[in-house]
Design a protein around this ligand. Sequence first.
Ligand code: PLP
Length: 390
Amino acid sequence: MDSLSEPIAENVDPLRALTLDTLRRRTSMKWLAYPEDVLPLWVAELDVPLAEPIIQAVTDAVRLGDTGYAAGTEYATALADFAAKRWGWHSLAVERTAIVPDVMQGVVEMLKLVTGPGDRVVVNSPVYPPFYMFLKNMDRQVVEAPLGADHRIDLDVLADTFRTATAACGRVAYLLCSPHNPTGTVHTEAELAAVARLSAEHGVRVVADEIHAPLAPPDRYVPYLSVPGTADGLSLMSASKGWNLAGLKAALAIAGPAAAEELAALPEEVSHGPSHVGVIAHTAALREGVGWLDALLAGLAANRRLLADLLAEHLPAVRYTPAESTYLAWLDCRDLGLGDRPAAYFLDRAKVALTCGVDFGTGGAGHARLNLGTHPDIVTDAIRRMAASL
Ligand SMILES: Cc1ncc(COP(=O)(O)O)c(C=O)c1O
């Protein structure tokens, strides 16, 4: 494995393409945060070479000096075509989309459209830690509706949370994570329809963060806005997680028909944030990176099986349910007796960096999130180190 100059075939597992030595030459957050003796399996970056069509499109743009400001609807059109082919979702209307700098900025902007300062936003804990940070920073109150023990949305808890949150004054939104980070849960159509019903009943507006959607099995994924009853919903999508493009900033906000006017009121300055080269990269991913994505999904499925086997053999006290999507593994380490923050122990004693479960809110204590979007040898090394540290 490992030659930076050689393109990999689109049907070859990209997770097996790069050595640790090559990866350590990267200067992104994943690789800079910890010293060289630590295996970084924390932030959601993928240890893969980019899909060849993305490399080509970005290289061509840079050679041409096509590095000005983002414009046009190519990205949205590419997403609409991708969504139609992959998920059978044919009603993603390009005129009801807006380019935003990235998904979290998009989440902030969508929540500004449907709530005001001091208002409540419901989330399903444990959930992606920046949900808490960004909401706090924009002066929204986070209200938790914890997932059930099966990692699925507990609809009774959600209904109760909507009831209490709307009983106070102000507007209420629900920030849905679909698929769910950190558990990888793919919500079913029936669950999403129930979410839509409950939100309509309680006057709660839904903003769906669907950044991990390309990483779900195509026949299992249901886009939120494709579900009947979601006309006033808002969604964020991006090629960022699926194709490892976080550094090439660009995402799309999508409105259901009844939210179109609100989306049209998005302040113009928001469109100044996305990178034009990012838009080119994301468009190439959605148009020409599907073969590469399918090879990645096969590699991730293999890594989930590998992780389950490794844990059974070396760390049987850790509970792990392989997820249907994402490249994140949610490890229940409570039976190890390492306290609330097993990630701190494994960083210190095993030199493996995981994401601390406590940061995911209620339900996160005693858990850690492991990023398995990496070479299987690195997953193996990490679990062996963790087991040896106990
Ligand atoms: C659920 C979720 N939303 C948003 C993001 C961040 O996306 P962006 O970099 O486009 O803001 C992540 C990154 O891991 C994520 O897991």
